[in-house]
Structure formats: C-alpha cells, structure tokens
Design a protein around this ligand. Structure first.
Ligand SMILES: [Zn+2]
Length: 130
C-alpha cells in the first residue's frame, strides 16, 4: 500500500461513538471526527455533532457539502444497523474529510469498527488508552 495511513482513536472516544450508535439504533447515527493529521497518522481526538438535525438520517442523505470548512475535521463516523461495516458506494462518494469510519451493529467494541480512505481501502485502526 502506497498511502498507508494509521488512524488512532482513544478508547474513550470510541466508546462514545458506540454508545451513540446504540442509542439511535435501528436508525443510523453520524458524527464528525475532529483530530490531527500527521505524516502517516490521523489522530482522532473529539466528536462533533454536525450542525443540523442528524438523528436517524441516512449517511447518504446528509448534506455534508454544506458544512463549514473546518480543517480540524478529519472525517466522519456513521453507523450501519445491518452490522456490515463495509462502505457503500454512497459512503465513498459522499465522504467528507480524509477518513470514513463505520461502526456496525451490535456496536460492542473495536471489532465492530472499520475505517477507510476515499478509495474504500481499509486503514489500520489503533485504539489507545486515555
Ligand atoms: Zn454507510
């Protein structure tokens, strides 16, 4: 892989994502990921609720192009109530930021999480302790 990027996320932030996804199940949840880009590494540090009503919207219906330009946003995370963590065609074409994180039902732990670049290539995910 030429563009190997590792995504790192702290366990606490990951838990918040999984809890949020459980709360809106069987609908989809979507959040913005805030963090830092370094060489070969994207560190996710925070979650941002998109500036519009999001509960239960399908990812592909979210008007991401209307978001303000914010370079601290490194990507998005949304849930797949089906449990399948593969990105859909719409997920890739509607991507905002560098990374697309997908959490799949039952939203238990990092085994229900996958992260991709815009080409749909799976990226390594490193879960860190706070
Ligand atoms: Zn999706």
């Amino acid at each position: 892989m030429t563009n190997a990027i590792t995504v790192s996320i702290c366990n606490e932030v990951l838990r918040a994502i999984l809890e949020g996804a459980k709360r809106v199940y069987p609908r989809e949840s979507i959040l913005l990921l805030r963090g830092k880009r370094k060489k070969g590494l994207i560190e996710v540090s925070d979650l941002v609720v998109p500036p519009f009503a999001t509960r239960g919207l399908r990812f592909s219906s979210v008007p991401l192009h209307t978001l303000p330009m914010d370079f601290s946003i490194v990507g998005t995370v949304h849930s797949h109530p089906s449990g399948n963590v593969n990105p859909s065609h719409a997920d890739l074409t509607h991507a905002f930021g560098s990374i697309i994180m997908i959490v799949g039902y039952p939203y238990q732990d990092e085994h229900n999480v996958a992260v991709y670049n815009h080409d749909g290539e799976k990226l390594a995910l490193n879960v860190t302790e706070p």
